[in-house]
Design a protein around this ligand. Structure first.
Ligand SMILES: Cc1cc2nc3c(=O)[nH]c(=O)nc-3n(C[C@H](O)[C@H](O)[C@H](O)COP(=O)(O)OP(=O)(O)OC[C@H]3O[C@@H](n4cnc5c(N)ncnc54)[C@H](O)[C@@H]3O)c2cc1C
Ligand code: FES
Length: 288
């Protein structure tokens, strides 16, 4: 049975500040009380307030940024758990379990260009993904800035959480909004098609995607059609985050590298999966 990562710990962190970001999200900055080793982008933590305001079950969040020893999370206010976290006063205590999960694959500068597809708050794991790829991951060649194309999609411009900051990391960055209020009108995959048609993005690419279920399904479909490598950072409901509760199954793909078992556990075997590993069409009741 897959085990939780060896570097995962349960700690009590202190809220440093919680800053609004876009129309409905916040950046929650926590002081974990001790310096953590650099965390791979797209790994996550389970968070819960310690004062009884949060539901008993902690909620999972990708690490957004790790700087000055503090951990930042980009949190979209959805229900009770997220609303409790984004209203936590400075100095209050938050239970922090992690780092959990696997994180992005090695984003290197040796093969085809990378296209990062971010949908809404699915942009969270890309800030550090860009930084780490530029520094060089796992001893591999660092990416050059123009080898990475960030395509950030949202319903409207106020949901493009700090797009300016992400674009400021120097990669080729493009926005898409469904209402046309910023950038391309439409979704990120139609933006990708447009950028490829105009020669701004090469024909052969590698994809990293995080966002709503339908965006991930469409990404997987495109990757199969074109024969591209693609990795998806998946979301499921999570009860424990450490492999015990069986609350986070994702069906495996018939004939794929994980086909020996009907499901993978998103928390300990993911949240990042190659498209050949999972079958999104067979998922039931996934967050949308
Ligand atoms: C690995 C991982 C990383 C994540 N990273 C982030 C992140 O960086 N920032 C962020 O804002 N959110 C992230 N999420 C989603 C976040 O965990 C949920 O939004 C949160 O659990 C909702 O809790 P709640 O109590 O506020 O909402 P609930 O009261 O539990 O639910 C409110 C609404 O949110 C929907 N919902 C619940 N859980 C999820 C979910 N996992 N995904 C999508 N919709 C959900 C429900 O269907 C319901 O409509 C991540 C989830 C996973 C699994
Ligand atoms: S969340 Fe409990 S097993 Fe994955």
């Amino acid at each position: 049975m897959p085990a939780p990562p060896q570097d995962a710990r349960s700690r009590v962190a202190r809220v440093v500040r919680c800053t609004p970001c876009g129309a409905d999200a916040f950046v929650l900055e926590l002081d974990p009380g001790e310096e953590l080793a650099p965390v791979r982008a797209s790994r996550f933590f389970m968070l819960r307030r310690e004062d009884g305001t949060s539901p008993l079950v902690p909620r999972p969040f990708s690490l957004y940024r790790q700087q000055r020893g503090n951990l930042e999370f980009l949190i979209k206010a959805m229900g009770r758990g997220t609303r409790a976290l984004v209203s936590a006063p400075a100095g209050s205590k938050v239970r922090l379990i992690g780092p959990l999960g696997n994180g992005w694959p090695t984003i290197d500068g040796d093969g085809p260009d990378w296209v990062m597809l971010a949908g809404g708050v699915g942009s969270a794991p890309f800030w550090m993904g860009i930084e780490q790829a530029q520094q060089g991951m796992d001893g591999k060649t660092p990416v050059r800035k123009q080898q990475v194309h960030l395509l950030f999609g949202a319903a409207s411009s106020d949901l493009l959480y700090d797009f300016k900051g992400l674009a400021g990391l120097g990669v080729s960055a493009h926005a898409a909004t469904m209402d046309g209020s910023h950038g391309h009108r439409g979704h990120v995959l139609s933006l990708l098609a447009q950028l490829q048609a105009s020669g701004k993005v090469p024909e052969r690419v590698r994809l990293l995607a995080c966002g709503p279920e339908r965006m991930l399904e469409a990404t997987a479909h495109l990757a199969f059609e074109r024969g591209w490598d693609a990795w998806l950072s998946m979301e499921t409901w999570m009860g424990c985050g450490v492999g015990i509760c069986n609350g986070c199954p994702i069906p495996t793909r018939a004939g794929g590298p994980r086909a020996g078992w009907p499901n993978v556990k998103c928390c300990v075997e993911g949240p990042v999966f190659h498209v050949r590993e999972v079958d999104l069409a067979r998922r039931v009741g996934a967050p949308t």
